[in-house]
Write a protein that binds this ligand. Structure first.
Ligand code: ADP
Ligand code: ADP
Length: 229
């Protein structure tokens, strides 16, 4: 677990005269173990901000820290983060176990440690009885849990979610929301969750960052954000 600190974070796409500023100096202090939802209209910069925390997008100015480490120039793999994306993209020919183990295998984590970490994650996610199955033999909700399992086995300090529910039907979306909340209560991993869905934001957020036009408009609990006079 770790805090996340954004200090005067700026982003522009392109350089010189062609530069287009999209994030205009964002400041935020996210506490250790908090579940934060970043919400705002399409194009306001949510995804860009998340991708900068992940290290998938360069920072044009300011600093981003995870714990007490400035991560501006660190590769994604050095940031102790795990991402859950919109498309889970499980490997169809691999078992659930191998899907969850894959990221550890390519990092040359020893076999017995891989087994231990996958088993532990499977237990948390109630997937232990499904480890031999292929993705096509799973329900939508189970597949989604495998995708979370892949992130959990990395033992990240931070979870980053980029609209992970937007391709799901309404029922699965509601189920998965509950699932994510349950796991957060269990694991307490600091989480940043991007969505344009206000209901999702209100139900999941401990605090929410409301963005507009590349700026933070509000930062507070859902009660504070929706009940301001
Ligand atoms: P959101 O996630 O809130 O929908 P984005 O972070 O995707 O917003 O985009 C913020 C702004 O940055 C938008 O105006 C978008 O068009 C622009 N943008 C995003 N990615 C690029 C890129 N690779 N090159 C240029 N502009 C981009
Ligand atoms: P390496 O340590 O050799 O870079 P990784 O297993 O960390 O190998 O994965 C390679 C790249 O893919 C890294 O940039 C890593 O951050 C990224 N990556 C893989 N899976 C995830 C995930 N679930 N969440 C975030 N990043 C991931």
């Amino acid at each position: 677990m770790a805090s996340i600190t954004l200090k005067d974070v700026v982003k522009q796409y392109g350089v010189g005269k062609a530069a287009v500023p999209v994030i205009h100096g964002v400041n935020a202090e996210i506490r250790d173990g908090e579940f934060i939802v970043i919400v705002g209209p399409s194009g306001c910069g949510k995804s860009t901000l998340l991708r900068m925390v992940a290290g998938l997008e360069e920072i044009s100015g300011g600093t981003i820290s995870i714990g007490d480490r400035v991560v501006n120039n660190l590769e994604p793999a050095q940031r102790d983060i795990a991402m859950v994306f919109q498309n889970y993209a499980l490997y169809p020919h691999m078992s659930v176990f191998d899907n969850m183990a894959y990221g550890l295998k390519i990092k040359n984590v020893p076999q017995d440690e891989i087994k231990q970490r996958v088993d532990a994650a499977a237990k948390i996610l109630e997937l232990s009885h499904l480890l031999d199955r292929k993705p096509r033999q799973l329900s939508g909700g189970q597949r989604q849990r495998v995708a979370m399992g892949r992130a959990i086995v990395r033992n990240p300090q931070v979870f980053l979610f980029d609209e992970p529910l937007s391709n799901l039907d309404a029922k699965l979306r509601a189920q998965t929301r509950i699932e994510i909340q349950k796991r957060h209560n269990q694991l307490g991993i600091t989480s940043l969750f991007v969505t344009h869905d206000q209901v999702e934001a209100m139900t999941l957020a401990q605090r929410m960052i409301v963005m507009n036009g590349g700026r933070v408009e509000q930062f507070g609990t859902p009660e504070e954000v929706y009940h301001t006079p």
